[in-house]
Design a protein around this ligand. Sequence first.
Ligand code: MG
Length: 128
Amino acid sequence: MRGAGKQVFRTRNWSFGGISGVRQKIVALPRLNRLQPTLESTALKLMEEAGELAQAIGKLRGLNGEEVSLAREDIMRRISRELLDVAQTAVSMMFVLEEQYGVDLDRSLEEHLAKLVAKGYLAPEGEE
Ligand SMILES: [Mg+2]
């Protein structure tokens, strides 16, 4: 399982908009072919999963004042699981946007990356 994970998550150097040497995380998640998601159902699911992630980060780490009984490793595993639920739901929504609304997500991604550069969130190597 751990070996398979390394095939899904890769970090590599990346170049965009004249900025090179930026590390990127590549995540490959499937289209869930046994569900019939809609824009509304994926939006609600995204909020639900975001709530579960917030709970894992806050409650499981005792930020609400309650005593924590889980080991740190178990908490981090739970946080990672909930984060992936958020990512999976976001990917499901991307498929909905493409297939049901004709959205060009490649174009959206280009615009997103350009926005990150324009906002100054990405800088050439050595200037970050
Ligand atoms: Mg979840």
